[in-house]
Design a protein around this ligand. Structure first.
Ligand code: SF4
Ligand code: SF4
Length: 445
């Protein structure tokens, strides 16, 4: 793609990098075929090629950026399906990141939009604020019918319960027996409140593998949620804390930083790029290089002995951050199959479920359509259970999958290797499970 960026504009930080990305795009449009918002609308400007063109125009004449341009950029899920599809290797993710930050000052957001974004950017990264905020939101839920649609959607999305970690608390957690490896674990800002049982399952599984787990008290959020919202002030502060905290642990002999939230990992894996040219760059690159998804870590170190094979019909949902951001699709499938499950592929598995960090709260129309589309595809294959590697997808799909339990990969692996039965599987309606699965579960729960 040819560019005509004025010289004075080119002097600004990041512009030459963005221009280099723009020039790799050859307009072929292959990416449109796998873009969720293009599939929903058929609108060129709601597809990656159109958005790339809009970002190019915004770089060439930033003061002429229209509200429509900003709307189309806001509507992008950041799912990176287009990156997986692109034959020219266009780094759409970095271009979008640059575009969102650069265009935000031109945005004239409605009052509720500004308030909603500010609330999310401040509450989500801090478990100590998120917990009471969710309690308040539950109390306000009956008022949702008289609130604006997006406020109602936020209240509707509030989970009915919060969770508290029993094991995954700050500190060093040693396994029984010899220590084979030492890792740091990110318990996640929202995950601590919405899925602490995932973190507990992770600690149990790692202990069974002989792995010592450190949860750093000073790394509470990796900054991914606010980073993907384009809220750079908040995300920078959180990312700096994470880089400093984890780099100190790496210097103390930790061999890896394990994450169970692939949405976070795409940001942490990009720390080297985010801190490029700063005095934290070297530390950020060390942290990025040491980061690993739990499924890859377990695959590399070996799954503990499976206590009882569980022959259920299972659908594995690839989170976009996992399949497009990290290009990690096989390890979770291989591990799940080691527990005896029959994996069935979800049709159109490469398309986002609409969760995408805070997107499902900020862009409810598209998010709801994508949720329904994904749920319909899952219902088509009639799985006994659905498993995924990201809590955002779990929450999004749980809102649509009324009959089918959904849980995190690590919860399943923990149960299969000797952990307690996950709560979502404890009260299953027997008529929704295959006979084979039932007999296994009855004898092993
Ligand atoms: S990131 Fe996803 S939603 Fe955005 S343009 Fe690419 S494919 Fe479309
Ligand atoms: S597939 Fe790649 S090269 Fe083709 S239009 Fe999309 S981003 Fe550009």
């Amino acid at each position: 793609m040819r560019t005509a960026i004025p010289e004075e504009q080119r002097q600004q930080p990041g512009v030459t990098d963005a221009e280099a990305i723009l020039r790799t795009c050859v307009h072929c449009g292959f990416c449109n075929a796998t873009c969720p918002t293009y599939l929903l609308t058929g609108n060129e400007l709601e597809g990656p090629r159109g958005r790339i063109y809009l970002m190019k125009s915004a770089l060439e004449s930033p003061h002429e950026t229209s509200a429509r341009t900003l709307e189309h950029i806001d509507n992008c899920l950041g799912c990176l399906s287009c990156e997986t599809t692109c034959p020219s290797g266009v780094n759409y993710g970095h271009l979008l990141e640059d575009g969102r930050t650069r265009l935000e000052p031109f945005r004239r957001r409605a009052v509720w939009d500004r308030l909603q974004r500010a609330l999310l950017a401040r509450l989500l990264p801090q478990a100590r604020l998120l917990r009471p905020a969710l309690k308040l939101a539950r109390l306000l839920r009956p008022l949702r019918h008289i609130l604006p649609a997006s406020a109602a959607r936020m209240l509707r999305s509030v989970p009915t319960t919060s969770t508290t970690a029993q094991r995954a608390t700050p500190g060093v957690h040693r396994p029984e027996g010899p220590i084979k490896a030492r890792v740091a674990l990110l318990v996640g800002c929202a995950q601590q409140v919405l899925g602490a049982d995932i973190n507990d399952a992770t600690v149990r599984l790692l202990h069974r593998m002989g792995v010592e787990v450190t949860i750093a008290a000073d790394v509470t959020c990796c900054g991914a949620l606010t980073h993907h919202m384009g809220e750079r002030v908040q995300s920078q502060e959180l990312m700096q804390q994470a880089v400093d905290g984890w780099d100190r642990l790496l210097n103390d002999g930790i061999e890896a930083i394990v994450l169970t939230t692939s949405g976070c990992q795409t940001a942490v894996a990009d720390y080297g790029h985010i801190f490029a040219g700063t005095d934290r760059e070297a530390a950020a690159r060390r942290v990025s290089a040491a980061t690993v998804d739990i499924s890859q870590f377990v695959m590399d170190h070996g799954l503990p002995a499976v206590q009882s094979m569980r022959q259920v019909r299972m659908a594995y949902h690839d989170a976009c951050s996992m399949q497009h951001g990290l290009q990690l699709t096989q390890p979770p499938r291989d591990l799940l199959q080691q527990t005896g499950v029959q994996l069935v592929e979800i049709p159109e598995g490469h398309i986002c479920c609409g969760s995408a960090g805070t997107y499902h709260l900020l862009r409810a129309d598209f998010a709801d359509q994508l949720q329904q589309r994904k749920v319909a595809h899952i219902e088509q294959i009639k799985p006994d259970v659905v498993v995924t590697g990201n809590i955002g997808c779990m929450e999004q799909l749980a809102g649509g999958l009324r009959e089918r339990p959904i849980l995190h990969t690590v919860q399943w692996l923990d149960w299969a290797t000797g952990g307690p039965c996950p709560e979502v599987l404890q009260h299953l309606d027997p008529t929704t499970m295959s006979a084979n699965a039932l007999s296994r579960m009855d004898s092993t729960s």
